[in-house]
Write a protein that binds this ligand. Structure first.
Ligand code: PMP
Length: 305
């Protein structure tokens, strides 16, 4: 990943990809206190455009505020850095990774002179959970790892250190032969995937967990809006495992995962064991939206050129 052509935006200027390096004493590398985003640009019919860039940048700044990190740039400057990064790398579609981290100015938990550094990288990235799974659906398993509790860490923040929990759950699921993990909260209710929000469909109604342990996904918000506009009822509520097993459909949402159908949970087929009609409908609305084929929500797409 590090050995390739292209440029990465670091603290206000572009540096060649291979030279975009940090010191081994980078504070965030040691303690995990940093925040980041995952954003996608799509090759729309009017050229490359970044999906819900402002909302992602706003969440990034919210994450930094929650962790008490001072941001040396404005939201407008980070938005522009994301746009420039896609353009400078001549990407038509891209995954964009803004990240804010503490540098090597000090060591130890009590370091006082830390500075927040910001980088923005962008690269081409296809379907996160595999192209054929977007139709067929994935197999997931309830994780033995519990999702963060709101008073153990700050779940609204998309923080680097939070992803230890995600990685443990994902590694376990993959080692057991599944595509992804489903994490429960401390009370045993469904929270989310390792990097996705979770939905079920029952009797035509769409249910998703309330935002307590789960990240406030930008895709989750977009899909809820699209579903409601299409006439579906969407309810946020605590969801139990047995409700998942007996649902008609289940799917994940996320910037990387987009809208990914789930065909099996804990070796039980969900519905008829393949992508359901509501999931397919929402996928179509989602891809029509992000690829610029809908007139609604033009503010969701920020043109690169
Ligand atoms: N939950 C977690 C833990 C995530 O990492 C992500 C990906 N950012 C999501 C949910 C989905 O969020 P979004 O739709 O904003 O990408």
């Amino acid at each position: 990943m590090a050995d390739r052509d292209g440029v990465i935006w670091m603290d206000g200027e572009f540096v060649p990809w291979r030279e975009a390096k940090v010191h081994v004493l980078t504070h965030t590398l040691h303690y995990g206190l940093g925040v980041f985003e995952g954003v996608r640009a799509y090759n729309t019919i009017s050229g490359p455009a970044i999906f819900r860039l402002r909302e992602h940048t706003r969440r990034l700044f919210g994450s930094a505020k929650i962790l008490g990190m001072h941001m040396p740039f404005s939201q407008d400057e980070i938005n522009q850095a994301c746009i420039d990064c896609v353009r400078e790398n001549a990407l038509k579609s891209a995954y964009i990774r803004p990240m804010c981290y503490y540098g090597a100015e000090g060591m130890g938990l009590r370091a006082e002179n830390l500075r927040t550094h910001v980088s923005v990288s962008a690269w081409e990235w296809g379907a996160y959970l595999g192209e054929e799974n977007m139709q067929r659906g994935i197999r997931i398993r309830t994780s033995s790892y519990t999702r963060h509790h709101v008073n153990v860490t700050m779940c609204r923040a998309k923080a680097n250190g939070h992803y230890i929990n995600s990685m443990l759950a994902l590694q376990e699921a993959v080692a057991c032969g599944y595509d992804e993990a489903l994490l429960l909260d401390v009370d045993g209710f469904v929270a989310e995937g390792s990097g996705e929000n979770f939905f079920i469909v029952y009797d035509g109604i769409i249910f998703t967990p309330e935002l307590a342990s789960a990240l406030a996904g930008v895709t989750r918000d977009a899909v809820i809006t699209l579903a409601q506009e299409a006439g579906y009822e969407v309810r946020e509520k605590r969801i139990t495992r047995d409700e998942v097993y007996t649902a008609d459909e289940a799917f994940f949402t996320g910037t990387a995962a987009e809208v990914t159908p789930i065909r099996e949970v804990d070796n039980r087929e969900i519905g008829v064991g393949r992508r359901g009609p509501v999931t397919e409908h929402l996928q179509r609305l989602f891809f029509d939206q992000v690829e610029g084929r809908r007139d609604a929500h033009p503010q969701w797409l920020v043109a690169v050129h």
